[in-house]
Design a protein around this ligand. Structure first.
Ligand code: ZN
Ligand code: FE
Ligand code: FE
Length: 287
């Protein structure tokens, strides 16, 4: 008897959200991440009830132990341009509503980029924005999962302190949780090159944010060097991180119930996902 490992990948919703379930199950994922609408556009028509039902009632939905969302990349809660900021507030509110209709427990979000205004100004703007979004949708149960970032450009979230500060200052911290990304951690400068250093980095995370806030992990290797602050995902074991961090995360009991998903480059046939999942399953087993 095998215990279920919560592992999978980000899946395309091409053809409708329910299609993602079939894609994920075709390569035996037990967890998956999806966008809740086309990632290239700000807004979309609301989900039709048939689409929602096709997703919720899909015969294979129960085979996925964890399904969660990722917000649009256009959203920037720290945007300095008023129109961009207004769009971000509206888009995030709408995406959280869609995620809630699909009964997704959380939506992963990059905190935002301050665009030269400075980290402090950016952080305050993000806090106010999260408060505003939640005020607009009081009954939505889907939480925001803030993702640690690589710190590329003026992106906030590359230090655990940033996420801790946001959580400590929003009005409804119970609606905010956290997603770790291995490639982002590494590019941001955190040491995860060995089991020892990974443990240490996670201890730091636990002290600053708390492992009880952790709801998902993005498993990506990094094309770029540690501390490069450049976000380029690579296949597991083919990048600069090495296998130790992935082996540790796949095996540590504390992460057993945390969904772990790939966001590595791939084509429509999902061949690369199959390869990476095989690597992860092997790391979970071998001594
Ligand atoms: Zn992300
Ligand atoms: Fe990620
Ligand atoms: Fe990334």
């Amino acid at each position: 008897m095998t215990k279920t490992i919560l592992v999978g990948a980000h899946m395309s919703i091409r053809g409708g959200v329910s299609m993602a379930i079939e894609r994920a199950r075709s390569i035996r994922c037990t967890a998956m991440q999806i966008f809740v609408k086309n990632n290239m556009q700000w807004f979309a028509r609301p989900l039709r009830s048939e689409e929602i039902r096709a997703f919720l009632d899909h015969v294979q939905r129960g085979e996925l132990s964890s399904i969660f969302g990722h917000a649009n990349y256009l959203i920037n809660l720290a945007a300095t341009n008023p129109q961009f900021h207004a769009n971000s507030i509206r888009a995030l509110s709408e995406e959280l509503t869609r995620a809630d209709q699909l009964e997704l427990p959380f939506l992963v979000l990059h905190p935002g980029a301050h665009l030269g205004a400075g980290e402090e100004v950016g952080l305050e703007k993000i806090i106010d924005s999260i408060d505003e979004v939640f005020r607009k949708i009081p009954h939505v149960k889907t939480k925001i999962a803030l993702e640690t970032t690589a710190g590329q450009g003026s992106c906030i979230g590359h230090r655990f302190e940033h996420l801790a500060f946001i959580i400590a200052n929003v009005r409804e911290p119970e609606r905010v949780c956290v997603c770790l990304d291995t490639a982002h951690l590494f590019a941001a400068g955190y040491d995860i090159s060995s089991e020892h250093s990974t443990r240490k980095t996670l201890r730091e995370f636990d002290g600053m944010i708390g492992l009880d806030r952790l709801v998902a992990i993005h498993l990506n290797d990094s094309k770029t060097a540690r501390g490069s602050r450049v976000d380029r995902h690579e296949h597991i074991g083919k990048g600069r991180i090495g296998l130790d961090a992935f082996r540790f995360i796949m095996r540590d009991r504390r992460f057993r119930k945390i969904p772990k998903v790939l966001e590595t480059p791939k084509g429509k046939d999902l061949r690369e996902d199959v390869m990476n999942l095989k690597t992860l399953h092997r790391l979970a087993k071998t001594r």
